[in-house]
Design a protein around this ligand. Structure first.
Ligand SMILES: Cc1cc2nc3c(=O)[nH]c(=O)nc-3n(C[C@H](O)[C@H](O)[C@H](O)COP(=O)(O)OP(=O)(O)OC[C@H]3O[C@@H](n4cnc5c(N)ncnc54)[C@H](O)[C@@H]3O)c2cc1C
Ligand code: SF4
Length: 517
């Protein structure tokens, strides 16, 4: 007999894990289906070579590009999803990101809801994910109805110098909001040990505020929540009317299993959520479930990101580097009429990690050069918004595989941000060395496979002709189907997406609870 649940959630990452957490108290029977397993705690969690060169935690999935060429996407299938590896920079979108913004390549469209609609859920998400930050330092942020639950993670001396230099130069550096379980006032009792292997690594001591640690693990043992691992959802089936999902088809341990839920929520990540819907085409939905608008899979975004290592003469002994952000170029300035983006720090380089980032250039480089570079580098992460372009899309082939077609947008803004970044180095004591040492910057545009910030394949909106989901993230065309991950983003802004996915999961969770009451 097929088992029936009140709610079935597919995927346990930022969206699905958080949703399960918020629904657990309702007493309703929740089934959480996760294709991955728990990420094993092992020494390799903090081994740069294992993580970056050998790709130990990257899925073996094969996706295909527009030319049908196979590539290995940097996706992570674990309980907790991509948050197991994330840098835990938990930013809110800016209020203006919810409105229409003009970019050099076109328009970043308005969301159907405003920042004020999201604000209470951002506060709740920050509380749940224990975000550390200082309200009021970043001039571009919207109002906060509550302070951050934890004080900002302090800068180490080199970062403090950089922050001071930038402030002196007239910029507005701020402490980056961060979700780690660090108690700086009581380090002996702190779960987080403030180490150098955080951003891009799993946390060996479970001190990162990821979706497994914060949302899913606390539910284990609850009688009304069932977590099934290794459970890959392959297809959703509907009744004849096409209005109701009646069966969730799962492949587990090579076997086909079927589950039923009154409500079904897809939270598999932007590409995989689109894949599930597209692969669930039937007579009532010939182009894929909820895809009468032909929008499922379209508008795929993943940010224009650039990791940049700036070298300085003195050694950079920073351990936990991701403490600083700069949003002075987030919006148009008096010198440039378009938004350029966000600058933040990225995990500290080390020789092994740098080999993994661009093997064709550095894999065979002599060790001493990489070590030297790593010791002296200060590492930044530049993010420019990419636009929701309909032609940038996920499709699936006859075998159900993901094909990803993507062309970048806003390239001029990317260059602009890089130019501004180089200018700000003048204020950080690095430009002098640039001249003195004939300094070089190692910059790497993140390739197609680096889909860490994927979003936008099932955008929400008020018009069923141009959106997949309504403002509650319910599919316009179905009565019991929701999508609650980064798929719902109509635009992506230029800050990291996870907090918005978490806040939205809490928001939709509240709606689902009211619906079930
Ligand atoms: C290295 C790295 C660093 C990052 N750093 C940051 C950061 O600092 N700040 C930030 O905001 N964001 C960061 N991100 C991005 C952030 O992790 C994602 O935006 C966020 O996790 C997306 O949430 P989601 O729910 O959409 O997808 P995910 O968190 O990826 O969850 C999707 C889940 O669905 C599961 N799944 C997929 N297909 C199926 C299926 N068919 N059946 C069942 N289960 C399925 C997956 O295994 C996964 O558990 C980073 C990501 C990476 C990879
Ligand atoms: S810095 Fe803290 S949260 Fe990050 S990996 Fe180290 S112990 Fe874990």
């Amino acid at each position: 007999m097929t088992e029936n649940y009140d709610v079935i959630i597919i995927g346990s990452g930022a969206g699905g894990g958080t949703l399960a957490y918020t629904l657990a108290d309702s007493g309703k029977n929740v089934l959480l289906l996760e294709r991955g397993d728990f990420l094993t705690r092992e020494p390799e969690n903090w081994d740069a070579r294992a993580v970056f060169v050998k790709g130990r935690y990257i899925s073996k999935d094969a996706w295909f590009d527009r030319d049908g060429k196979q590539f290995q996407p940097q996706v992570h299938y674990f309980v907790g999803g991509a948050t197991k590896l994330y840098g835990a920079a938990l930013y809110r979108l800016r209020p203006q990101d919810f409105g229409e913004l003009k970019h050099v390549s076109g328009i970043s469209p308005a969301w159907p809801l405003s920042y004020d609609d999201f604000e209470p859920w951002y506060s709740k998400a920050e509380r749940l994910y224990q975000v550390h930050g200082n309200v009021g330092e970043d001039p571009t942020e919207g109002h906060h109805s509550e302070p951050y639950p934890w004080p900002a993670v302090s800068h180490e001396p080199r970062l403090q110098e950089i922050s001071d230099g930038l402030a002196k130069g007239g910029y507005h550096p701020f402490h980056a909001p961060c979700g780690i379980l660090l108690n700086e006032a009581d380090r002996p009792d702190s779960t987080c040990i403030r180490c150098a292997t955080c951003d891009g690594y799993p946390c060996l001591v479970h001190a990162k505020a990821d979706a497994e640690v914060i949302a899913v693990r606390p539910l284990l043992g609850r009688p009304n929540v069932t977590l099934l691992r290794g459970a890959e959802v392959t297809r959703l089936e509907t009744d004849d009317s096409g209005r109701v999902v009646t069966r969730v088809i799962v492949s587990r341990n090579g076997e086909r299993e079927v589950y039923q839920g009154d409500i079904v929520v897809v939270c598999a990540g932007a590409a995989n959520s689109a894949k599930i819907l597209l692969n669930s085409a039937n007579d009532a939905h010939p182009h894929g479930l909820a895809n009468g608008s032909d929008q499922v899979g379209r508008n795929y975004m993943f940010h224009n990101c650039r990791a940049v290592a700036a070298l300085s003469k003195e050694q950079n002994d920073t351990v936990f580097q991701k403490t600083l952000g700069i949003n002075d170029f987030y919006f148009a300035t008096k010198d440039y009429q378009y938004p350029a983006g966000n600058i933040q720090m990225v995990g500290k380089s080390n020789a092994e990690a740098m080999r993994g980032e661009q093997p064709e250039e550095t894999m065979f480089a002599p060790e001493w050069t990489l070590s030297d570079v790593a010791k002296h580098s200060v590492d930044f992460w530049l993010t420019t918004e990419d636009l929701p372009v309909p032609e940038n899309r996920v499709t699936t082939d006859r075998d159900g595989n993901i094909h990803l077609t993507y062309s970048p947008s806003n390239a001029e803004e990317v260059d602009r941000l890089y130019g501004e970044f180089k200018k700000i180095l003048n204020h950080t004591g690095m430009a002098a060395h640039h001249v003195w040492r004939r300094n070089f910057y190692m910059d790497m545009d993140i390739p197609l496979a680096g889909c860490a910030h994927q979003a936008g394949t099932c955008r929400f909106g008020t018009d069923p002709a141009t959106s997949v989901l309504d403002t509650n993230c319910k599919a316009h065309e179905l009565d019991n189907l929701y999508v609650v991950d980064t798929s719902f983003f109509p635009s992506i802004g230029a800050v990291n997406p996870a907090l918005t996915a978490m806040a939205n999961a809490l928001r939709v969770g509240d709606h689902i609870q009211q619906r079930m009451a």
